[in-house]
Design a protein around this ligand. Structure first.
Ligand code: FES
Ligand code: FES
Length: 154
């Protein structure tokens, strides 16, 4: 076991762990931040997306050692008091069905809009195409991203 320090949603956390423990399980088991979901465990589905130093990453595919002294944002830390504008757009478009994939979807969409405030449909498809939704909410996700773009302009 080794000691690691990560900054999660603005707060430093000391974690005692083996070096190869995936960040996903550090978040869920050690820090009880269960908004980040386990889907495939292979880096394919996108249910576990978080932001690592501002970039979207699949937390099942990065180890605690790779996160040492880095900043992590999870869905719980996206906004402190009121819904983040992307979450608000999700609410207004009634995007979720079962909801399981949606934290990962929102984290990917947020990272996209941070990098590219006015993405084309092709950009949206390229980025969001790697986040799977077994309920098929893709059309509502796209509508919500367009609504979020409008919110951001206001
Ligand atoms: S659980 Fe990480 S990509 Fe599927
Ligand atoms: S809302 Fe059910 S998997 Fe996406």
């Amino acid at each position: 076991m080794k000691n690691f320090t990560i900054k999660v949603n603005g707060t430093n956390k000391n974690i005692e762990s083996t070096s190869d423990k995936p960040l996903l399980w550090v978040l869920r088991e050690d820090l009880h931040l269960t908004g980040t979901k386990y889907g495939c465990g292979f880096g394919v589905c996108g249910a576990c997306v978080i932001h690592l130093n501002g970039s979207p990453e699949r937390s099942c595919q990065i180890t605690i050692e790779e996160c040492h002294e880095k900043e992590i944002t999870t869905i719980e830390g996206l906004s402190n008091n009121s819904p983040h504008y992307v979450q608000q757009a999700w609410i207004e478009e009634n995007v979720p069905q079962c909801g399981y994939c949606q934290c990962g979807q929102i984290m990917s969409a947020t990272a996209l809009l941070d990098k590219s405030p006015n993405p084309t449909d092709e950009e949206i498809d390229e980025v969001m195409g790697d986040n799977y939704c077994r309920c098929g909410t893709y059309p509502r996700i796209k509508k919500a991203i367009h609504r979020a773009i409008q919110f951001k302009k206001q």
